[in-house]
Write a protein that binds this ligand. Structure first.
Ligand SMILES: Cc1ncc(COP(=O)(O)O)c(C=O)c1O
Ligand SMILES: N[C@@H](CCCC[NH3+])C(=O)O
Length: 449
């Protein structure tokens, strides 16, 4: 600290105490308790701005426009939706409650998109009634459902068709989304001379007067650290756009290239740089469009992790410490904290690696091999697999885990009936609760049997 993977403002003072946005983590713990998710507001807003300005500039160079949608699945609250909208981003939602959060924040429906491979009737109805800017349809059946719902309301629904391009990209298999054998989208691959499912989807949209075909959507995966996958996917999407134009004369207006921009989780890892990736993608799509003889569409992207991840940290208090002899030469310190897989499921789900440091004091003790574990009844309840902590780590120490802002709170559970931690924004030396701590009464209140 400072530097990746920590929030931009993270510093240690002369006593070794970590401050984020000028706030002493010991004060956060005293005021709000632990575990707690902390968000460096200026950092999150800055990253949103950086993505928007980098993509706008790179696409302006090739003569195209681009909209940036913040992918709310990474972490959404009304404050976050307001920050993102104030920074000139739109909001991508993937459920009725994410949509409602953006609306409650005052984001106009026109600036919101709705995703989902199995949208409920109620979700489709809300999207139509609130006039969302786009519904991203994910199957042939859904195209008919959205058209029927729009017809019943006497409105026209703006839709994008989500396609899968077969491009493999991203981290764990569970977060790659453009390969063939998975649930999302319609494949661009045509088999046995038939139209590809993606082309069939586009034709199905054109066949329904209750729908306007706004564009084609491709999201290839998440935690991608190499821009070439985006360019390869864009190539296939523009080819599909050309095929549709040749068949029907309709040239779709917009292409969404999804999210997936990778971040640093560990010291020494290098995140994708928005300016560089924006330039690489813009140059690639300009070349492809020129080769295909197509005018450029409008573009959009949907970053989530790269905006919400790095500004977020999780503050825990250390409890039980157990040295475990793992072989003749190695002892590992099992350092238990007051949270675990209920507030960050990513290590258990994807084997994701994180970095942690003692945050409330300086230690000159030699480093010891440690594994940070949670308080749940599961041996896979690991917060940080391998990390060197000072050998004098002790109960009561504050431990800060880096880069937990995306897919931490948003994927949190109540395993073992553990209440979920609050989300605290840190800005200009002060704190503000964005999402309050869940209580045992909240959980027992659901038990009406
Ligand atoms: C359709 C879609 N858009 C955007 C995202 C956001 O991805 P990321 O958080 O990796 O930027 C996802 C999640 O992977 C997604 O499924
Ligand atoms: N939840 C995943 C990424 C999002 C996948 C959504 N398509 C993660 O934590 O990495």
């Amino acid at each position: 600290m400072p530097g990746e993977p920590w929030p931009r403002s993270a510093r240690r003072d002369g006593d070794g105490v970590v401050h984020v946005a000028g706030v002493d983590v010991r004060e956060v713990a005293a005021e709000h308790g632990t575990p707690a998710y902390l968000v460096d507001e200026a950092d999150m807003r800055g990253r949103a701005r950086a993505y928007r300005t980098a993509f706008e500039a790179a696409f302006a160079e090739i003569g195209a426009e681009v909209d940036v949608y913040y992918a709310g699945k990474a972490f959404l609250s009304t404050a976050v939706a307001r920050w993102m909208h104030a920074e000139g981003l739109r909001i991508d939602t993937a459920s009725g409650a994410e949509l409602l959060t953006a609306l409650r924040a005052g984001v106009p429906g026109a600036d919101i998109g709705l995703h989902g491979n199995n949208k409920s009737d109620a979700e489709i109805a809300r999207a139509l009634d609130e006039g969302v800017g786009r519904i991203i349809v994910d199957s042939l059946a859904e195209i008919e459902r959205v058209a029927d719902a729009a017809g019943a309301r006497g409105v026209t629904a703006p839709v994008m068709v989500r396609v899968t391009t077969g491009v493999h990209a991203g981290g764990h298999e569970y977060i790659a989304t453009a390969h063939e054998d998975q649930k999302f989208g319609l494949s661009v691959t045509s088999r046995e001379g038939a139209d590809s499912p993606a082309l069939a989807g586009l034709l199905a949209v054109l066949a329904r007067p209750e729908l306007t075909l706004q564009g084609i959507h491709s999201h290839i995966g998440s935690q991608i650290l190499d821009a070439s996958g985006f360019a390869a996917a864009a190539h296939r999407v523009l080819e599909l756009r050309g095929t549709l134009a040749a068949r029907t004369g309709v040239l779709v207006d917009e292409v969404d290239l999804g999210g997936g921009y990778g971040i640093a989780y560990l010291p020494g890892e290098v995140a994708l740089d928005p300016e560089r990736v924006a330039k690489e993608i813009a140059t690639a799509v300009a070349d492809v469009a020129a080769n295909l003889g197509q005018p450029l569409p409008r573009f959009s992207i949907e970053p989530g992790r790269s905006i919400a991840g790095p500004p977020g940290t999780t503050l825990y208090t250390v409890g039980t410490i157990k040295p475990v002899r793992v072989d003749d030469t190695t002892t590992r310190l099992y350092v238990s904290v007051d949270g675990g897989m209920s507030d960050n499921v990513r290590p258990a789900l994807y084997g994701a690696a994180y970095h942690a440091e003692i945050a409330g004091r300086l230690s000159t003790a030699p480093p010891a091999l440690a594994r940070v574990v949670g308080k749940h009844c599961e041996s896979g309840d690991i917060v940080v697999h391998d990390v060197w902590l000072p050998a004098d780590v002790r109960a009561g120490d504050l431990l800060l885990v880096a880069a937990t802002g995306a897919y931490g709170r948003s994927m949190a559970s109540n395993y073992n009936l553990v209440p979920r931690p609050p989300v605290i924004a840190l800005a200009e030396g002060g704190t503000r609760v964005l999402v309050r701590r869940e209580t045992e009464d909240d959980l027992l209140g659901l038990d009406v049997g």
